[in-house]
Design a binder for this molecule. Structure first.
Ligand code: HEC
Length: 169
């Protein structure tokens, strides 16, 4: 293992968990208890949204896992970075009106998303700005560049989860 990959690997573990709340696979909702049962079409949108985020989480975790090895498979990181970037581009379409917890939908998305649309849009933009940098870094194969871009991307995940997702811990 090269020195730079080794240094990078040492920093990844703690960070990745904090950024993504990895391991929590439950779709349980702690909000909207008073609301009536959701429109099935709205629930379906929320379920598709949740699956989209799981794909995003899986791709990001693949990168994290590779970096942690200290001898990463660069091709795997490149492929996953592309998925992160492509998935990030879809996020704006995942939150139509009527799919909030206040609509009775079971979701980890918070009502704040619809209450503060500009803040939410900024949180999406932060990820959409970070992801292409991660893609380029992966293409370069440079350990330091990948490590930095991975951190920036994870920071964008965490930033949004802190304000707009339930149960982030
Ligand atoms: C703009 C806001 C935003 C950004 C950026 C964001 N997420 Fe999320 N994420 C959410 C919301 C909201 C949910 C809950 C969706 C739902 O349940 O309908 C979620 C759910 C998830 C889930 C599903 C499992 C769970 O605990 O609910 C995973 C995994 C996840 N995100 C990973 C990531 C990763 C990895 C990144 C960065 C590469 C990221 N997210 C970036 C808002 C965001």
């Amino acid at each position: 293992m090269s020195a730079s990959w080794k240094t990078l690997a040492a920093g990844i573990s703690v960070f990745a968990l904090a950024a993504c709340g990895g391991g929590d696979d439950t779709a349980s909702s702690t909000q909207g208890d008073s609301a009536a049962t959701a429109d099935p079409a709205a629930q379906e949108i929320a379920d598709t949204r949740h699956e989209g985020f799981e794909d995003l989480g899986e791709a990001f975790k693949t990168i994290s896992d590779q970096l942690k090895t200290g001898e990463p498979d660069i091709a795997a990181i490149q492929a996953s970075a592309a998925v992160v970037s492509e998935t990030a581009a879809k996020i704006p379409d995942w939150f139509p009106e009527g799919t909030a917890p206040s609509d009775g939908v079971e979701t980890d998305a918070l009502n704040t998303i619809w209450g503060k649309p500009e803040d939410f849009a900024a949180a999406i933009t932060r990820l959409q700005n970070a992801a292409p940098v991660l893609v380029s870094a992966a293409e370069s194969g440079d350990a330091a560049a990948i490590g930095e871009a991975f951190k920036q991307t994870g920071g964008a995940c965490k930033n949004c989860h802190e304000s707009f997702r339930a149960d982030d811990d």
